[in-house]
Design a protein around this ligand. Structure first.
Ligand code: ZN
Length: 276
């Protein structure tokens, strides 16, 4: 360990050792050395609790596994992502900060109920993912991180994302995926009101202290659902890479591609597809 840390500058070393998390990780022995895709430097990954998805942190940037997985997938499948025109909906965390910092044509949006769609607030463009004001074929990449479990009309949101993507461009995203069971819809919108079909479950939301309601637990039919509503075909990437700190429950990264004209789906064929 000392050998690796000594390779870093003295300031870096002091910063690392000054972090409470690192001290705790070293004391409990639940850590490993590696290379963080977000800081892009050697680091220590610390396991704070058994639920790695939220408690397996990079000692330098504080990132969690799904953020590192998303950035690693971008680096691997879209190595020129920094030059691409990118829209991220509902950003939050070290991965979003990196995209904002390093991608010159990055635009981030949140939905604010008090702002007209298309207008800016606090550096974010106000956009309803289900009804966006962006032009057709405006983006090379659309990114969402743990957003699609909260969308009330996800079919419409996937369709809108496909509309704003250039042919051949991709939606790269994370979402908790229960691939071993059918999709479970936990809540629906009826006449503008939310009707709960299951006990309400909320996740943290960077712009709402009340959190975000979990609407859908996506199951094995998820990729068919995306195809049916957007014509996009989806590749699921599951990485197990301790060296990059990518190891956790629900670690999948999805890449949905908008077809280029010649292999666009035939309309009736997609309409006939049913989801379980
Ligand atoms: Zn890091």
């Amino acid at each position: 360990m000392i050998k690796i840390l000594l390779k870093e500058s003295r300031d870096d070393l002091r910063t690392l050792l000054g972090k409470r998390e690192l001290r705790r990780g070293l004391l409990t022995g639940s850590f490993n050395f590696g290379f963080c895709p977000i800081c892009e430097t050697k680091t220590v990954f610390i396991i704070r609790k058994d639920w790695l998805r939220d408690f397996y942190h990079c000692a330098r940037c504080g990132s969690i596994p799904r953020w590192r997985a998303l950035v690693y997938v971008l680096q691997t499948y879209f190595p020129n992502w920094r030059e691409l025109r990118m829209h991220e909906s509902s950003p939050g965390g070290a991965s979003s900060e990196k995209l904002k910092r390093e991608c010159q044509k990055y635009v981030a949006s949140h939905f604010f109920s008090d702002v007209a769609p298309g207008r800016m607030k606090d550096g974010f463009r106000c956009e309803n993912l289900e009804q966006q004001t962006f032009a057709d074929a405006e983006f090379d990449l659309v990114v969402t991180q743990d957003v699609f479990e909260h969308i009330l009309n996800p079919g419409q949101a996937f369709s809108e994302i496909a509309r704003t993507l250039k042919p051949g461009a991709a939606h790269v995203f994370t979402v908790p995926w229960y691939y071993w069971k059918p999709t479970l819809v936990r809540a629906v919108e009826e006449n503008g009101a939310i009707q709960h079909l299951e006990n309400p479950d909320y996740h943290g939301n960077p712009i709402d202290p009340n959190g975000s309601l979990v609407v859908t637990e996506w199951g094995r039919d998820f990729c068919d659902f995306i195809y049916k509503h957007s014509g996009m075909t989806t590749t699921v990437v599951r990485i197990q890479d301790k060296y990059r700190g990518i190891q956790a429950e629900f670690i999948e990264v999805f890449i949905s591609r908008k077809p280029v004209e010649k292999d666009a789906p035939i309309k009736n064929e997609s309409a006939d597809m049913e989801t379980g």
